[in-house]
Design a protein around this ligand. Structure first.
Ligand code: PLP
Length: 383
């Protein structure tokens, strides 16, 4: 076997739409393809306002700017996440307070959340790890009780849903918090040609300012809608718009989203069905999808009992031509943040840092290849 960990999928239309974008002569951002993509998200998921960005990191930075933080304001972030989740808020002068993960999966533990809240707390940032929803009813209730903003890091969560156990209502991830960020990096389910992201504004109050921050601190968007007769510098901002060729690439992927998702879920199910027996025997645990969450098949991961077993597993797969990789190094122990961290132990984050491994998961994998990977894994455990 020779199976990489990830391979970006091409639907076939990407180059065509990029060519169209170029020859239409509208190269900069906020053109036809940007609008097609934004409308797609608003229509399909009911997002109040969707704004394409150059990356998921940029979308998080826009969220952080929109939160209007003062120095020393506190933002609660899981430690087991990508750097950008914390960095976006740190850049705004906030103090990042890391929360631990749940035992059942790497998402922020809503049960300990309340104990982290102080009078300086302003924002909670749940990360839907592997596209699996956090306990959003609990998180939104705490946010409401303490008057906090919720920014969903939905970077991995396209087409994922939260199903409220209380009301049975199904809500798209990214459509629950006040603000949300998605990523279209090449490692995500769909990509905008390598790098890209989306800011979602669900709270009306932030829409105008989001457009201004997006357009370098100007009210250019209002000008183009004919709402003002000249535009100028009105607020903070930066350049967060992707060029049209990136939006064109993304559009080709979004047009095929159902096909992409169906295939990924099929592959995920093959892993799950085949590896269940090893999980029952205690070799490792499988991804956890609570009843309140759906599975968007972003990732298939295993959690081993200890780091030695994980290291041996990765080595064994590699020797047999299959690339598997571990994931985050918990941020509270990172080189950059460890001296700033308040010293609390976050044992579940440490456990995922040491014990979690991700298996190959991409559209162009075949069912047979996944079956072969599962057979290989079973051969290691002589089953
Ligand atoms: C991918 C990812 C990001 C960053 O997105 P980019 O588009 O690479 O900037 C942020 N948070 C999480 C949880 C991610 O998985």
């Amino acid at each position: 076997m020779n199976i990489p960990f990830n391979k970006p999928h091409l639907t076939g239309k990407e180059a065509h739409y990029m060519y169209q974008a170029v020859y239409d002569g509208k190269l900069s951002g906020n053109g036809k393809y940007t609008k097609l993509c934004q409308n797609f998200f608003e229509d399909r998921y009911g997002f109040r306002k969707a704004v394409l960005t150059t990356s998921g990191t940029d979308a998080l930075e826009m969220c952080a700017m929109l939160c209007s933080l003062n120095p020393g304001d506190e933002v609660i972030v899981p430690s087991y996440t990508f750097v950008s989740t914390a960095l976006a808020f740190l850049r705004e002068g906030a103090k990042v307070v890391f929360g631990d993960s749940m035992t059942r999966n790497p998402n922020l533990d809503a049960e300990v959340l309340e104990s982290l809240i102080t009078p300086r707390t302003k924002v909670i940032v749940p990360v839907h790890y592997a596209g699996v929803a956090c306990d959003m009813d609990a998180i939104m209730a705490i946010a409401e009780k303490y008057n906090l903003l919720v920014v969903e890091d939905a970077a991995q969560a396209i087409d994922g849903y939260y199903i409220s156990p209380k009301t049975g209502e199904r809500k798209a991830l990214g459509g629950i918090g006040h603000l949300a960020a998605f990523s279209f990096h090449e490692t995500k389910n769909v990509t905008a040609g390598g790098e890209g992201g989306l800011l979602v504004v669900n709270d009306e109050r932030f829409i105008r300012r989001a457009e201004i921050i997006w357009e370098k601190g100007t009210n250019r968007a209002e000008f183009f809608r004919g709402e003002v007769n000249k535009y100028g510098w009105v607020d903070m901002g930066s350049s967060f718009l992707p060029a049209e060729i990136n939006a064109a690439f993304l559009w080709a992927q979004l047009e095929n989203l159902d096909e992409i998702q169906n295939k990924r879920k099929q592959l995920w199910d093959v892993y799950h069905t085949n590896l269940k027996i090893l999980a029952e025997k205690g070799a490792f645990s499988l991804p956890d999808v609570p009843d309140y969450a759906t599975n968007n098949a972003h990732m298939f991961y295993l959690v081993f009992p200890d780091i030695e077993k994980r290291t041996a597993f990765i080595k064994f797969l590699k020797e047999n031509g299959v690339l598997s990789v571990f994931h985050y190094l918990a941020l509270h122990k990172s080189l950059y943040y460890k001296d700033r961290h308040d010293g609390r132990e976050l044992p579940e984050c440490d456990r995922y840092t040491d014990c979690l491994v991700r298996l190959p998961m991409f559209f162009d994998l075949s069912i047979e290849q996944v079956e072969d990977i599962c057979e290989l894994i079973k051969s290691k455990y002589r089953i």
